[in-house]
Every structure is written in C-alpha cells, then in structure tokens.
Design a protein around this ligand. Structure first.
Ligand code: GLU
Length: 517
C-alpha cells in the first residue's frame, strides 16, 4: 500500500499555524513512508473563501518547504461529483429531502433547550410519503438533503494518536445535512457540505491516512458513517493535539500572531518555524536532539511519539530555535538575508562589490542574533504594528517585541555610516585621562596602507599599552569608543578589520582626536 495523505485547508483566512502544523505532520508521515502528500483546497464555502487566501496558503506551504506531490485540487471544481454521490445516496434510500423550515427548527431547539436537552434534529422528515413531499414543494419549500444516522450505532476507530475512540451515533445531532437548500428549483440538490465533500474527496484521492487536528474528532465519527454508506474502506485516522497558549486555551485565530507570514515578518526563518511546529506534539526518539530539518525528522517521525495532550506554544523556545538556525547559517547566506534590510535602512554600499566586507559583518553579528530584522515597510503599517504590540502586551502569552533585540540593522550601523554618532558613555570614555594619547599612539602605529591581520591589531594594542605604560583596558575602551561610537558592541578587532576594509578606521581615529565635545 502506498501511503497517501493530504492537507485540506479552507481558504477562509491566511495559512494559520494550526493548519501548517497539520501539514508538517502529513508531510513527515508521507516522506517517512515514501508516500504522497496531496494538497486540496476546501473552498466549498463560497461566501467566506477568497482567492488571496488560497494564494497565501500556497505561498506559505512553499516558504516552509512543504512541497506537495499532487494538487492543488479545488473542491469548488468538483461540485457535480458531490451532487452525483448525493443522488446515489438518495436513490439507495440512505439520504432524504428534508423540508423543515428554519422557524420549525428554531422551535424544536427552543423546546429542547427548555428541557435541558442537547440540540438535535428529530428526523421528522425521514419517512415522508411522496404526497407529503409534493405538498411541501407546492408550498414553495426548498429541501436540504439529510443523511440518515442510526442512533443505535456506536462508531469506533483505532486512532493512531489516541488509540480506540468511540462515539455514540445518538450524540451526532440526528440525521445530518449533507447539502444545503438549492438556490433555484433547477438544482434538485443544493451546495454539498463539508463533511460530505471531504469523504468523497478522500475516497477519490485514495487517501490512506487522514491526519488532522483533534477538533475534527466529531466529524470523523460522521464521516465513518458516510464511508460505509458510500461502500468504501475507511482510512486510518490520526488526530493531532491542539496548539494551546500558555494558559492552556486553544490558540486563537483572531488574537495575536498565528498567520505564517506574520512569523516571517517578525524575522523567523522557515527552518526554525517548521522545526518548532514538528515539536508541537511530536517527541523525537532522542530527547536530547531537538534541531531537525524536515528531511531528518521524516526519518524518525511516527504517530507513536505524538502526544495526546495539547501542545503549548512557547515563544521562548521558538526564539531559541530561531537563534540556533541563524547562528548556524554560513556568513554568505546570512549576508544575503540581511542585504535587503541594510538597503532599506539607507546604508550605502554596492552589493556587487561589497560582498566580502558585508559577509564579515554577517559573521560578526550573526552569533548574537535571535531574529532577522523587521522590514521598515512593516513597521509603517499601523494595523500590523498594533497587532504585534498587543501581542507583546498580552499578559497571558506575551509575544515577541516588534523590533528584535538585538536588531541586525542597528547593531551594524557603525560599520556602514560615514557620520558616526557617539553615545554619552563613548564621549566620556574619550575624555578619560590617557585616552587620546592612546589613540594617537595607535594612529601612528597603523598610519599606513598595509593590510593587517588579527594578530597585527593585537600587537599594535599591546605595543601602545606598553609604550605608554597604561592599562590595556583603557586602550581597548578608547579604541572602541573612537571606532564604534559606543562602549559596548561586537568584537572590537573584527569591527576594526571591517572598518579598515572600508578605509574608515583612520578617519574615525582622527575624528575622535579632533572631537572636543
Ligand atoms: N478544511 C478543514 C480545515 O481547514 C480540514 C478538513 C480535513 O482535514 O479533513 O480545518
């Protein structure tokens, strides 16, 4: 048997973390078994589905590296197939037309509520005679199609995550609607509904394992009855745990950051997000190893190690993973990721020729980064800024800051600009006794065009320290203040080397000596 799984998002919103995590599990399972991962767009809800959401979902899955083997298949293009199968069920007497009006349904629900009963349809039109049907049609009533549910049934399946799951058919709310009211008399069968379309598709696409969120468990019970009615084998089911916030509540789609591209905008890498999502519910066999590419995880993935309990979303863990990925990136790649942000900040350089020293900057600041920068165009979007700020201020589950700390753009400013600004502490440092003499000493020692190695820089500092009989710390701090405009920051020798490559080091030393502020 070839494993065939699918991700079936509804394009009623942007690609959401919950759907993306389900996609990750499907992808890993398919790859583990050498199977197929199929993409289906569930756009039967015509009012709420939007092409831009479909695009966002396709782009998001692509960005995450979750490549699909077949599809996208659009449900909206298969409405006739669903209608045909509904007709088959009608012909077999497994489904029927129900003419109960909205007012009658409301009355039924009110009576049930008064008796403290759960709402359910009382199957009143299950056995209408042709005359009764004709009479309702003559009244102008338009029917929905209901599928008969035998209340005495118990539905059970062996869930790959949760073991044996059982549902009483009597808890499914009575005979279920599988097609809405037809808009015009011309259509005997109206819009097919979610649970029915899913089953028809999963049958036609030969899906062997339905992997989806725990919130679909009640649908699974209904769908198993539909598989039986349609005369096909029931696939395996795996219901993965929900993603929860820190308080243990279901992660809201409306509050905070849940759309995949918001994570991208916040400076998270696709590799870190995907890695984080696989750990939301799956425990790798070796608990000391948490960093996985998709390919590595696919080798080890199985539902025997997917937990039943909800998975708590933890920003600290995501930040840690993201920093691990950024730190491991080769400088040339990190440099390519940072160039657009440096350009946006207005730093002047020609990417074609500046690559060597830009890469040195990436190598210098890379090890301290937790996130990539946030684009200034996003920082100008008031709605997005509010969304992220609200998330940060959410006491229950505080999110990341709008601007990352440290920020690669700010952190490297001193290596780009020609007009260096000095912090108050740097100015104070330059006024320390012996500071300017130390800088003069350094200027003399390097006042030539020859290129210098890391050992040369160290040697110059050592010589000046010795010749002037001062503490090395004074020389280092004064040099840092003069070269970087600050008293803290990335490695001094590497900074100096980059500034030297840019022919800025001597200028800065001279400026510092002239500056009497
Ligand atoms: N369209 C459903 C959703 O977005 C998924 C259905 C399924 O996986 O069966 O939640």
């Amino acid at each position: 048997m070839t494993v065939r799984v699918r991700i079936a998002p509804s394009p009623t919103g942007n690609l959401h973390i919950g759907t993306a995590r389900t996609a990750v599990f499907n992808w890993l399972f398919a790859r583990h078994h050498g199977g197929k991962f199929i993409l289906r767009i569930e756009d039967t809800d015509l009012e709420r589905s939007r092409p831009e959401y479909t695009q966002n979902i396709l782009d998001g899955l692509t960005w995450l590296g979750l490549n699909w083997d077949e599809g996208p298949i659009f449900q909206s293009q298969r409405l006739e197939v669903y209608r045909q199968r509904i007709q088959d069920l009608l012909d077999k007497g497994l489904a029927y037309r129900c003419y109960t009006s909205t007012a009658e349904l409301e009355e039924l629900r009110a009576a049930q509520a008064a008796r403290h009963e759960a709402p359910r349809y009382d199957n009143r039109h299950r056995d209408l005679t042709p005359e009764e049907q004709a009479a309702f049609e003559a009244e102008g009533r338009r029917p929905v199609i209901r599928f008969k549910i035998d209340d005495d049934r118990e539905i059970s399946w062996n869930d790959l995550v949760r073991g044996k799951v059982s549902w009483k058919a009597s808890d499914l709310g009575g005979d279920m609607v599988i097609a809405r009211t037809a808009d015009t008399a011309e259509f005997a069968i109206g819009q097919p509904l979610y649970n029915f379309a899913v089953v028809v598709d999963d049958i036609d696409m030969q899906i062997t394992h339905v992997i989806r969120g725990e919130d679909h468990i009640a649908n699974t019970a209904k769908q198993i009855l539909l598989y039986e009615a349609l005369g096909t084998k029931v696939p395996e089911f795996a219901h993965s745990p929900l993603i929860l916030d820190r308080q243990g509540r279901k992660l809201s789609k409306r509050r905070g950051v849940t759309s995949i591209f918001d994570f991208k905008k916040l400076g998270y890498t696709a590799e870190a997000i995907v890695n984080y999502m696989m750990l939301l519910g799956w425990s790798p066999p070796d608990s000391t190893k948490e960093i996985f590419t998709l390919q590595e995880a696919a080798k080890e993935f199985g539902f025997d190690r997917v937990n039943q309990a909800g998975a708590k979303f933890d920003w600290d863990k995501l930040n840690w993973l993201n920093s691990q990925y950024l730190h491991a990136l080769p400088a040339s790649q990190l440099c390519d990721l940072l160039i657009p942000y440096w350009q946006e900040a207005g730093y002047e350089f020609d990417p074609a020729t500046a690559h060597p020293w830009l890469e040195e900057i990436a190598a210098l600041i890379g090890p301290s980064l937790v996130r990539l920068p946030v684009s200034s165009s996003d920082l100008k979007d008031p709605q997005w800024v509010k969304q992220i700020t609200d998330l940060k201020n959410d006491e229950d589950n505080p999110g990341p800051s709008l601007v990352p700390e440290p920020d690669a753009v700010e952190m490297s400013r001193y290596l780009f600009v020609s007009d260096l600004e000095f912090s108050e502490e740097a100015k104070a440092q330059l006024h320390q006794e012996g500071a300017k003499t130390a800088l003069e000493g350094i200027l003399k020692a390097v006042d030539s065009d020859r290129s210098l190695t890391a050992a040369d820089y160290q040697e110059i500092i050592k010589q000046v320290t010795k010749a002037q009989n001062v503490k090395k710390g004074l020389v280092m701090r004064s040099l840092r203040a003069a070269l970087t405009g600050d008293v803290h920051g990335p490695d001094l020798i590497q900074s100096w080397s980059i500034l030297r490559a840019r022919k800025l080091d001597l200028l800065r030393l001279q400026q510092a000596l002239r500056n009497d502020e």
